[in-house]
Design a protein around this ligand. Sequence first.
Ligand code: EPU
Length: 340
Amino acid sequence: MNYKNIPLKKYNTFGLDYIAEYMIRVKTEKEAIALFKGSAAWKKPHLILGSGSNILFTSDFKGTILYPEIKGIKIEEQEPDNRNVIVSAGAGVNWDDFVAWSVNKGFGGIENLSLIPGKVGATPVQNIGAYGVEVKDRIVKVKTININDGSRRVFNNHECEFSYRNSIFKNREKGKYLVTRVYYRLAINPLLNLSYESLKEEVNKLGAETLINVRQGVINLRQNKLPDPEIIGNAGSFFKNPVVESCVALNLINEFPDIPVYKDREGYMKLASGWLIERCGWKGERRGDAGVHNKQALVLINYGNATGKEIYNLSEEIRKSVHGKFGIDLEREVEIVGVI
Ligand code: EPU
């Protein structure tokens, strides 16, 4: 179905009030193939939009928004060793509904990713992660349609080129493939991941270390720290956590002994953007209706009537001050769409 002049407020979690010239809702794989094979004319450029939970619009969108609504969760197979099942979900399935479904079935592996806003189709694009788990550890393959010619392509895990909050779909082949269905490997007898200390504490408060309690523990932590986009506009972490050479991290530790640093690949360490931003005095600050969350400085928020440009400008101010104090360049996790 093709729509014209769509208000985007409901389609981005910042709640920004821009207009998209066209929107096409894609309900099945067949519809996507017909559309991209060229039988129907549609206006370029395009933007694939999930639930708009990682996007900052800064102007109206002149072109077509492709909005996948492919549904369905399916147990595809049980692996021969009886340890895992392969489960697939349509790109349009709400991510947290899928996590709830898998926890209810007793399947483990994605419970730490509870309550992350967004849809299944965005999970491989972003390689979503939280509390010591990244979705790349569970993705077996990703079914896609090539937007240029309607051909099908299946990417196995390796071909997705996953890294921290990144994949081939966000990077080298950005905008070229529409994800239709994602296949995950889930454990029948799950090994819980409680490596994140405050999650372990939260789960222990709830009782036994079970799949259901891990999900509930994650929900509690997120609800305590992160604003609910239904109530206050935001897109989760606005910046990535910077990965720096170990010598850079060691110099920072000398100067700021309480700075949190985490192990990363050989020779590198990861810093916490939230800490850097808070230390620059930004927590709870406001520029009009654009602000920095008062419980988690990595989250920028729209108090109601901020424009995308105002949020962008605030993010630039933050980047400059973090660079000034620590010499670190923050990279945005959120994608900017529009004129700046
Ligand atoms: N911190 C501060 N001040 C703040 C925020 C954080 O000092 O305002 C410190 C914390 O005390 C902690 C460290 O920074 O020592 C890390 O903070 P936290 O554990 O809250 O996690 P994060 O690094 O800020 C990342 C992800 C989140 C994910 C959490 C939990 C990124 C960019 N963000 O945040 O993901 O939920 O870990 O695993 O990697 C998202 O991507 O949208 C997202 C919310």
